[in-house]
Design a binder for this molecule. Structure first.
Ligand code: PEP
Ligand code: MN
Length: 262
């Protein structure tokens, strides 16, 4: 709450890449880890373009049980390899309390996906860890519910929380979700926590990612998390919303014209 934390909190993604300062922190990478060549290749490309951290899902919350569920532990190992090659901190989603210990050991930033924003047992356990937590806003959650979920983590002693606006479900179906940019202003007023925006899951369309990223920065976001894939038409998950490494490099150039990046 701002009342007790008048100053903005800074959260280190790992290796001194701070979210919440004057610089923009851009996290980029594929929706899912698919192979060694894919994740290492994308990691090198986003690092060269100026990303602060690498994202990639290993445990995937898919709507259909018949869809690709992620590479699991092998995916975590490949993320570690991509980190060893590029030096980028790795961000990946946790789905189960069973994996808290392993994630704390193996990854730099633990992502709580929209579908688990109110998995209170998971939030409580993450409150006992020392790793930064990227807390996505729930599919249909209010700002207050989202901030209360952040409180669950912080109440356990872990104050390293980064909020992530990723769009909410509305009556509109043209976009995958509706990006609530006013939420960025609201949480910056109500909370001391840094907030990043995920235009990829918000829009669900790759061609919208660039403009919505710039809009998020104009609204005061501390950073972005963007899906980047080497071959979007053949991605195992979320290809339609994934931009290519070249498009990402172009976006980073535009972002740097607005603000320095981490
Ligand atoms: C993701 O980041 O790949 C993801 C599943 O996002 P969300 O939880 O926002 O749907
Ligand atoms: Mn995705």
């Amino acid at each position: 709450n701002r009342k007790y934390h008048p100053d903005d909190s800074l959260v280190d993604l790992g290796g001194g890449a701070l979210v919440g300062g004057k610089r923009l922190a851009v996290i980029a990478g594929p929706c899912s880890v698919e192979s060694e060549a894919q994740i290492v290749g994308v990691a090198k490309a986003v690092q060269a373009a100026g990303a602060a951290a690498l994202r990639g899902g290993a445990f995937k919350p898919r709507t259909s049980p018949y869809a690709f569920q992620g590479m699991g532990n092998d995916g975590i190992r490949l993320l570690q390899e991509a980190r060893a090659v590029t030096g980028l901190p790795i961000v990946t989603e946790i789905m189960s309390t069973d994996n808290v210990e392993m994630f704390e050991m193996c990854v730099d930033v633990i992502q709580v996906g929209a579908r688990n924003m109110q998995n209170f047992d998971l939030l409580k356990q993450l409150g006992k860890t020392t790793k930064p937590i990227l807390l996505k806003r729930g599919l249909s959650s209010t700002i207050e519910e989202w901030l209360m979920s952040a409180e669950y983590i912080m109440a356990g002693g872990n104050e390293r929380v980064i909020l992530c606006e990723r769009g909410i479900r509305t009556f509109e179906t043209f976009t995958r979700n509706t990006l609530d940019l006013s939420a960025v202003l609201a949480v910056k007023q109500l909370s001391h926590l840094p907030v990043v925006v995920d235009p990829s899951h918000a829009c669900g369309k790759a061609w919208m990612v660039e403009k919505m990223s710039l809009a998020a920065v104009a609204a005061g976001a501390d950073g972005l998390i963007i899906e980047v894939h080497n071959d979007p038409p053949h991605a195992l998950c979320d290809g339609a919303q994934s931009i290519t490494p070249d498009q990402f490099a172009g976006l980073m150039e535009q972002l740097r014209a607005l603000a320095p990046c981490v």
